[in-house]
Write a protein that binds this ligand. Sequence first.
Ligand SMILES: O=C(O)CCC(=O)C(=O)O
Ligand SMILES: [Fe+2]
Length: 226
Amino acid sequence: MLFDALPREPSNPAPGVVHVPNFLALEEQEALVAQAREIAQSVAGTPVAMRRPYVGTGQMTTWMLSLGWFWATKPYRLVREVDGHPTPPIPANYQEIAAKVMAAAREIDPQVGATPEVETALVNFYPPGTSMGMHVDAEEESDNAVVSLSIGEETIFRIEAPGGTVDLLLMSGDALVFGGPARRARHGVMGVRAGTGPAGTGLTEGRINITMRQVHAPSARYANGL
Ligand SMILES: O=C(O)CCC(=O)C(=O)O
Ligand SMILES: [Fe+2]
């Protein structure tokens, strides 16, 4: 984009929403893309493969790979396996990344709350030009924050946070947290801008977004003896 050279500062555009630009170095982005690709290849052709889910309005344009818990649709639910195929596990480095993002976010807005225990992660691939409609991340019973990483082409992320709707430009390497009062805010991706991704991420086109989330509330974990 035209103003690429301008520094982008961390921001707190609404209570519980923190944007940390350039959180991931290019090498970290490349490593995350390579790791996700390897996992996707390991489950290709199985029922837990990366797929474009069918939702109420039709088939999503976004490709999704579920880790930890599989995000099943019709009806929405989180499951451990599909037809005997286990959901691939969360890679060991995700929890550490989530903790680092949350530490940075808490400095800016303590309302983002505790670091989620990363029990599920979605690796979304958006081909150029694709979007994700407005929705609430509602399937997790935990109220701990969602940690989101963006790699590749840029997009506008819209969130209807308490206090007003916010549009954020998410670029390659950015981290975003929505927690506390914004945890159940409606949000969506307004369209991935073709040709805006930097070289060196391992992506030739499109955008990858990784969200890390806690599924269970602590009380439920205790009740289940986990
Ligand atoms: O791609 C993004 O930035 C957000 C993805 C999202 O909202 C989701 O996976 O639930
Ligand atoms: Fe979401």
